[in-house]
Design a protein around this ligand. Structure first.
Ligand SMILES: CC(C)(COP(=O)(O)OP(=O)(O)OC[C@H]1O[C@@H](n2cnc3c(N)ncnc32)[C@H](O)[C@@H]1OP(=O)(O)O)[C@@H](O)C(=O)NCCC(=O)NCCS
Length: 384
């Protein structure tokens, strides 16, 4: 009935409230999150510098290869990404079969899985190729599915736009984006690229630690990112803002939500306690775009929500909150907000999978048992 002489080490509980709160679960050299005096860095580079000075492609290279590319490395990397944008015919067919009403996160999850059957990883030495392929083609996957179901277009040429930011906006909206729009998209992709051992990255690393394949780890990461407590918060924030017609209503509704003890999506963070540095970067871009596109009311409502949250709860917006008004000003449908997070975070997940594999040990923690005490078996006939 029970096993005697357990070899199990004494259990340690992961923080008073569970959720591995405050527990260091492993090592990474990829980013620092909320480290006092350091802030958010990718391989030592401050997020503020990267957002102001880098392209998303430079950041992707940095994460995959551990250093900023020189001129020649960057141009070769860009050429590789552009040459791998196109999606194979069976994947196009799969995308056409996925219902128009499906959530685009489910589309991306399915597409990564499908691509894994068409172009499987051929051993771990093939991992960087797979990572580059996914970073290169997933924007096309998303826009293919959207355009097919929206207007019957079967996108077939992937040459529009020199960067992922430009290509994505161009293919999605079927018009060349302005310089400001491309820059804003670029900044947003950089901010979402990497964030240490968050839930989706942890998921990807757990899968990688079993020596499973690259596509499985990415598919799991997408599943974890989908929830509103993680990546899904940018969509939930937009849905909240959309319910408000002006700032006065936002003030009233927010107070009512807080009185009902409802969570306001796009606020708070497990690690950051005073501010999310990504929000300070994205907010001015959101403001600039809202102004340029006549979305001043949207921005005013967002700021009112921020003020109420600071005043009433001492809470600050995280990266997802102002991403919402930024994406709306770019005329991106709300359901694509979290999928954009995927297009960016593919870089961070890939880097973590590579890092996990380079020094792997199966991730397998313990749980504290809270079930019934050992008891005797009851046969079917004897049960109530
Ligand atoms: C991100 C998040 C999950 C981290 O939370 P956490 O460390 O697990 O903290 P908890 O959810 O346990 O919340 C702690 C307290 O703050 C409150 N709180 C946390 N986030 C809140 C929010 N966004 N709105 C209102 N109250 C919030 C909780 O209600 C809880 O209050 P209580 O102690 O009175 O019950 C949480 O802040 C959240 O749900 N935010 C909204 C979702 C979101 O924006 N996610 C994206 C993160 S980048």
């Amino acid at each position: 009935m029970t096993h005697e002489g357990s070899n199990r080490p004494p259990a340690q509980i992961s923080g008073a409230r569970g959720g591995l709160d405050g527990i260091i679960a492993g090592h990474t050299s990829l980013s620092t999150v909320g480290v006092s005096g350091v802030g958010l860095t990718y391989l030592g580079y401050a997020i503020e510098d990267l957002a102001e000075k880098a392209t998303f492609e430079e950041v992707a290279f940095l994460l995959l290869f551990g250093h900023l590319p020189n001129d020649s490395e960057l141009s070769k990397f860009r050429v590789r990404l552009i040459s791998q944008r196109s999606i194979p015919e069976p994947l196009c067919k799969t995308l056409e079969m996925i219902p128009a009403a499906a959530h685009p996160m489910d589309v991306l999850r399915t597409a990564v899985s499908m691509l894994g059957t068409l172009e499987p990883e051929k051993g771990f030495e093939d991992a960087v190729r797979v990572a580059e392929r996914l970073i290169a083609c997933m924007p096309a996957v998303l826009t293919y599915w959207v355009r097919f179901h929206r207007d019957g277009t079967r996108l077939s040429s992937w040459s529009r736009g020199d960067s992922i930011a430009e290509q994505f906006l161009w293919d999605l909206r079927d018009r060349s984006p302005s310089e400001l729009e491309t820059q804003a998209m670029n900044v947003s992709l950089i901010l979402y690229a990497e964030h240490e051992w968050n839930a989706s990255t942890f998921t990807a690393r757990v899968i990688a630690s079993t020596l499973s394949d690259f596509y499985s780890a990415i598919t799991g990461g997408i599943g974890a990112l989908r929830g509103p407590l993680h990546g899904g918060a940018n969509e939930a924030a937009m849905e909240l803002i959309d319910r408000m017609s002006d700032s006065a209503m936002a003030e009233r509704e927010l107070l009512a939500m807080l009185a009902r003890k409802e969570k306001v999506m796009g606020f708070g963070h497990r690690v950051y306690k005073g501010c999310d540095p990504r929000s300070d970067v994205i907010k001015p871009w959101a403001q600039k775009l809202c102004r340029a596109t006549g979305n001043e009311t949207l921005f005013a409502i967002s700021e009112t929500i921020e003020h109420v949250m600071r005043r009433e709860k001492g809470m600050f917006p995280n990266v997802d909150f102002y991403s919402a008004s930024l994406y709306r000003s770019l005329e991106i449908p709300t359901a694509l907000f979290t999928p954009i997070f995927v297009l960016s975070r593919l870089t961070g997940w890939s880097a973590h999978i590579l890092e996990q594999r380079a020094d792997n040990r199966l991730i397998r923690p313990l749980a504290e048992y809270t079930g019934p005490a050992p008891r005797a078996w009851v046969s079917l006939e004897e049960r109530d």
